[in-house]
Design a protein around this ligand. Structure first.
Ligand SMILES: C[S@@+](CC[C@H](N)C(=O)[O-])C[C@H]1O[C@@H](n2cnc3c(N)ncnc32)[C@H](O)[C@@H]1O
Ligand SMILES: [Zn+2]
Length: 470
């Protein structure tokens, strides 16, 4: 498959860069400037993707089509090779999961690149991805390099400039875009491969001595231009953001933190946050944390109906979240988990008493409530939790189930879930000991002290909460 490529690194870089796309199989992909079809063959063969592969060059496409018929007849239904200037192509909105282009967009003048990026955004589904590789330049290219690029009709961004150009067309760019060093290493490997030994023999056999001299010079020039002149190499991975992308990413990050902290296993638990007055973002139902992506965070209205374009159903515990948001205007975020110690204490169907002063972080009363048992996911369970928490607690146990905490931010709700788990763990350690619960007066004295806790001036303290302890 290596000889199906015109771009640097051939199959090996294609495998590496495509891994960024996290393809699940069957995606619809537009390949811009597909050349002789190397990437299209790889994506169709490995991931059963459906590829629309466009190139302006008749000779490249003739070769690509011949290879499709002779070498990959089984991929005929996966790939359509189209001879066209991609700027003259029209596709319906949201036609593709991925728009992919290797070392081709450098041919477009800057004003046309902008038109192309805007078209790509329309052609991509919300949440769709862009993967572009291209030659680039530096902030202050030498006169010699400028002339070189002009002679070849290249219009080159810097790696940062590439990211800004896509961002200004509404894309969300992920990670670093400067792959110059990696590009040099790959070019050096390719040079070494044809310099001596079986690689050299094979090349000469296929293409002749003259072509060998040419290709060696090409590689040497490429490396030298990066090391001593103004050539760079850009790899750009970007998303067409879904609506409420930032909020989804915040919930996703907190879900990952909850999983890493061991508060949940498998697909247990869920997290949500309010978006304005009318929506929430919440983890999708039954999705494992390890592979959870931004598309797995679902935006719904306050009736629990997912907004259009969502891929997944919201968490089965949506009623619990909506119920709490309805009655607790102070909550903007909710964390529900099945952490071990909280779940163990919740199996007693009894509240957590005031055995430690940190209980005061989660309630204004003398105990952390335990909601009456009801089947998971039901409105009854939501009602029981709302009733148990009232207006005085920010954390609650759920009989024979787990815990739920609310906060004014995701980090606060998460901190409280961890605090509740920690308190339950300590509580379980007290079993068999003759513990003495705190009195109302003692708790009151702690709450008074909270007012000047930490670095606060007298009377302005906010208590413990996120500040840790002592
Ligand atoms: C360096 S080749 C890369 C080919 C292929 N992507 C690969 O990795 O092997 C760049 C390709 O972009 C194509 N190209 C340039 N301008 C184009 C345009 N306006 N529309 C479609 N293809 C174009 C060229 O014909 C050429 O085949
Ligand atoms: Zn649960």
């Amino acid at each position: 498959m290596g000889s199906n490529f015109m771009s640097a690194g051939g199959l090996s870089t294609t495998i590496e860069y495509c891994s960024k796309l996290n393809l699940k199989g069957g995606e619809k992909i537009l390949d811009i400037g597909c050349g002789i079809g190397g990437s299209a063959f790889y994506l169709a063969e490995e991931f059963n993707c459906k590829i629309t592969a466009v190139d302006i060059s008749t000779s490249s496409l003739t070769l690509a089509s011949q290879r499709l018929s002779s070498k990959y007849p089984n991929l005929k239904n996966n790939i359509s090779f189209i001879e066209a200037d991609v700027l003259n192509q029209e596709y319906d909105d949201s036609s593709f999961d991925v728009v992919y282009s290797r070392d081709a967009i450098l041919h477009f003048p800057f004003n046309q690149k902008k038109i192309l990026f805007e078209k790509i955004r329309k052609w991509l589904k919300p949440g769709g991805q862009v993967l572009i590789t291209d030659y680039g330049t530096t902030e202050t290219p030498t006169t010699g390099f400028k002339e070189y690029a002009k002679k070849r009709g290249y219009h080159l961004y810097t790696p940062k400039g590439y990211a800004s150009a896509l961002s200004s067309c509404g894309f969300k760019v992920i990670g670093d875009t400067d792959y110059t060093l990696e590009y040099c290493k790959i070019s050096l490997q390719e040079l070494n491969r044809v310099k001596t030994g079986p690689g050299k023999l094979k090349f000469v056999e296929e293409f002749g001595e003259e072509a060998l001299t040419d290709i060696r010079r090409v590689y040497e020039d490429k490396i030298n231009m990066c090391l001593t002149d103004s050539r760079t190499f850009c790899v750009v991975h970007a998303f067409n953001p879904r609506k409420f992308d930032d909020e989804r990413r915040q919930v996703l990050e907190t879900c990952k933190e909850m999983f890493k902290s061991g508060l949940v296993l498998g697909t247990d638990g869920n997290i949500s946050m309010r978006i304005g007055d009318d929506h929430i973002a919440i983890k999708g139902s039954g999705l494992p944390y390890e592979t959870l992506g931004v598309e797995g965070i679902v935006v719904c209205d306050l009736e629990g109906k997912a907004i259009s374009g969502e891929v997944y159903k919201p968490s089965s515990e949506i009623n619990l979240h909506l119920g709490l948001y309805k009655f607790r205007s102070d909550f903007t975020s909710i964390v529900h988990c099945h952490s071990k110690s909280s779940s163990a204490v919740a199996c007693t169907r009894k509240p957590l008493p005031c055995f430690h002063y940190s209980v005061g972080e989660l309630t204004e009363g003398m105990e952390i409530p335990c909601a009456e048992y009801a089947t998971y996911g039901t409105e009854m369970l939501a009602d029981n939790v709302v009733k148990a928490m009232g207006n005085t607690s920010v954390g609650c146990l759920m009989s024979n189930h787990g815990s739920v905490c609310g906060g004014t931010s995701l980090s606060e709700a998460m901190y409280r879930a961890k605090r509740l788990e920690n308190l339950c763990e300590v509580y379980l350690m007290t079993k068999g000991l003759e513990i003495v619960n705190m009195s109302e007066k003692e708790m009151e004295e702690c709450r008074e002290r909270d007012k000047s806790y930490g670095q606060a001036e007298e009377g302005e303290g906010v208590g413990h909460g996120n500040h840790g302890c002592c």
